[in-house]
Design a protein around this ligand. Structure first.
Ligand SMILES: Nc1ncnc2c1ncn2[C@@H]1O[C@H](COP(=O)(O)OP(=O)(O)OP(=O)(O)O)[C@@H](O)[C@H]1O
Length: 287
């Protein structure tokens, strides 16, 4: 395994790890291969983190372990420095702190109207009717969903459903937001709106960990990147640390963002490179 750990001592002292996986193994019932194996990974508090890797490398399983929906067969997971306790009350508390937005909003939305859906988690937490009727309109407003409040969830577009499922998690005011491929099904306009919404969520103090295949997004957005391969941590670091490891990423069939491809091409150019050769190489990159 080749892991970049660029965290300096100064940074180490400054940051706190919100969630820590310590040598975690998780194997799905009825399977032989662990989906997560020997995974040691720390999510830094206050950062915008991305987890990337091929289909099936374990990103979703990592999320389900982080919010206690799954329990590791080996190893341990700490939240806020304390080992996760799997009793009912501790799990309710953990799931309020660690909000998970699924890739497919159909898995998440359960109530009949937008307003009811956003209230659902607060009802489960046992908040008073008064507190709920104060917090829900605030969140509807924040996510520009006020005009949809009474609308049946099944009448929403997929993009709107994704926004409602995010609002339904953020209403619980989690410290950590886990987003499983949030840009899937979104058009460019809604992708830009999501970026703005996430910027506000992050500025207000929520740590974010996003699983995505959109490497251009990761390059623009993330402070810290984890690369998973077959349930293990292959690499971690800033986008620059990670995306300058093109050879290693290639070995696990991952690409790198365009600007890193162009930069590595420019490094190869010398006085004997002809315009034709340069054109061919650029077209190969864009292909
Ligand atoms: N319910 C399940 N039962 C058995 N195996 C599963 C189950 N869910 C996932 N797996 C397996 O666990 C491994 C990790 O899956 P996971 O969904 O965590 O990957 P992923 O990185 O999120 O993939 P993707 O990018 O396709 O969403 C895969 O090999 C997958 O086949």
């Amino acid at each position: 395994m080749y892991v970049i750990n660029q965290v300096t001592n100064a940074e180490n002292n400054m940051s706190q790890w919100l969630v820590e996986f310590q040598d975690v193994y998780y194997t799905y019932p009825g399977t032989n291969q662990p989906a997560i194996a020997n995974l040691t990974l720390r999510i830094p508090q206050g950062k915008r983190c991305a987890v990337i890797g091929q289909n099936g490398c374990g990103k979703t399983t990592l999320f389900l372990l982080a919010n206690g929906l799954y329990k590791p067969q080996q190893g341990g997971i700490c939240y806020g420095g304390k080992r996760i306790n799997y009793n009912r009350n501790s799990l309710i508390e953990l799931r309020q702190q660690v909000g998970l937005v699924f890739q497919n909003p159909e898995q998440q939305l359960i109530a009949s109207t937008v307003e009811e859906d956003i209230s659902y988690g607060l009802c489960n937490l046992g908040l008073s009717g008064k507190a709920i009727s104060k917090r829900v309109p605030q969140v509807l407003d924040q996510f520009e969903l006020t005009s949809f409040a009474k609308k049946p969830v099944h009448q929403l577009s997929l993009g709107q459903k994704k926004l409602v499922s995010l609002a339904g998690v953020m209403v619980l005011q989690p410290s950590l937001l886990l987003l499983d491929e949030p840009t899937a099904y979104l058009d460019p306009l809604h992708t830009r709106q999501l970026a703005q919404t996430l910027a506000t969520i992050h500025t207000e103090g929520t740590t974010i960990l996003m699983a995505t295949h959109d490497l251009e997004w990761v390059d623009r957005w993330a402070d810290w990147v984890f690369v998973l391969n077959r349930g293990k941590l292959l690499l971690e670091g800033t986008p620059k640390d990670v995306f300058t490891q093109g050879d290693l990423l290639n070995k696990v069939k991952l690409s790198i963002p365009l600007r890193f491809q162009l930069s590595s091409l420019l490094d190869e150019v010398n006085q004997s490179t002809t315009i034709e050769q340069l054109k061919t190489k650029i077209l190969q990159i864009l292909d």
